[in-house]
Write a protein that binds this ligand. Structure first.
Ligand SMILES: Nc1ncnc2c1ncn2[C@@H]1O[C@H](COP(=O)(O)OP(=O)(O)OP(=O)(O)O)[C@@H](O)[C@H]1O
Ligand SMILES: [Mg+2]
Length: 290
């Protein structure tokens, strides 16, 4: 196994964009709109780009301004999809309606359309269900791409692999000259982390979820979740085999666990980079497509 020195992500614009996105998604301010696009009433009158990510763990609604800067959003833990399939259609529509109405209240205008995305490998009929959730929430579906392509709207890589470790699955997309060459999506994600934490601490799943996301607990929990990180690495190894992949780009909420990038790099022998906050990369890329 090759050993590779850990490198930090070095794109300052990306870091700024993701920090800004984090601030907006956690209800904070920080958006400075172009004054020519603000009506005397204070309402933004420019164009917006809207994205909906119906993830296994989080449903995310994100709104960007004309210049693709985040201006408002909502995210909520909800189990309305599993492995890319909508398993609770009514629940998903109700949740999205509720989130849309909260965001509209913040913005002062109605959202009429949005883009969404599906994990690689999801059959056509199932993808349609995702788009239908948007229609159910009175949003025209104006953009529909696969998740790694969405993530690459943000990362803009030409060569390498994007690895999206979400709640339920690990998605992999190999890029060559900016084009997707190969994609895969396999079960194993943050839910598995929470399950092993619950198992070893005797806590409920919800308590384990909260502990896992607490940065003060992550060092103590690292040995407990390391085997799951290694499983993610073995999935990556299996899929990159036979392809020339010199760099892995980690996205998805699970990659925020401290030390995840190091385990992946160690077990794959491939240089692994992690953006400042990997959680909203895919939803941001979906909104960019809206
Ligand atoms: N700071 C954190 N540290 C560790 N895990 C985290 C952190 N923040 C979020 N997570 C985990 O990330 C997962 C959610 O990530 P994400 O939103 O990318 O997944 P998703 O899109 O809902 O799921 P999928 O892509 O599998 O459909 C959850 O399992 C959540 O517990
Ligand atoms: Mg996801």
């Amino acid at each position: 196994m090759k050993s590779v020195a850990k490198k930090n992500w070095t794109t300052p614009n990306l870091t700024t964009l993701l920090t800004q996105t984090d601030r907006i998604m956690s209800g904070g301010n920080g958006w400075h709109a172009d004054p020519s696009l603000i009506l005397p009433s204070g309402v933004y009158r420019g164009r917006v780009h809207v994205g909906v990510d119906l993830g296994t763990a989080y449903t995310v609604l994100m709104v960007l301004d004309e210049n693709y800067q985040p201006i408002a959003g909502e995210y909520q833990f909800a189990q309305v999809t599993r492995d890319g399939l909508v398993v609770d259609f009514i629940g998903a529509v109700d949740l999205l309606r509720e989130m849309k109405s909260k965001v509209e209240k913040k913005l002062g205008f109605t959202l009429t359309s949005a883009a969404t995305a599906y994990p690689p490998g999801v059959p056509e009929a199932e993808r349609r269900a995702t788009a239908n959730v948007l229609h159910g929430a009175s949003l025209d579906c104006t953009g529909f791409i696969d998740e790694p392509t969405a993530a690459n709207n943000v990362l803009k890589i030409r060569d390498g692999a994007i690895v999206d470790v979400g709640g339920g699955t690990t998605g992999i997309a190999i890029f060559r000259d900016g084009e997707v060459m190969y994609t895969a999506d396999e079960a194993t994600g943050g839910t598995s982390f929470s399950l092993v934490i619950a198992g070893s601490t005797g806590k409920t799943f919800e308590e384990a979820e909260a502990m896992k996301k607490n940065p003060n607990e992550q060092t103590r929990l690292f040995p407990v979740v390391r085997p799951v990180m290694e499983k993610v690495a073995s999935i990556i190894n299996r899929h990159v085999k036979g392809h020339q992949v010199d760099k892995l780009y980690l996205v998805g909420g699970t990659c925020a666990f401290v030390g995840m990038d190091e385990v992946i790099q160690e077990m794959t022998g491939i240089e692994t980079v992690l953006p400042s906050n990997p959680l909203f990369v895919t939803p941001l890329g979906i909104a960019m497509n809206g």
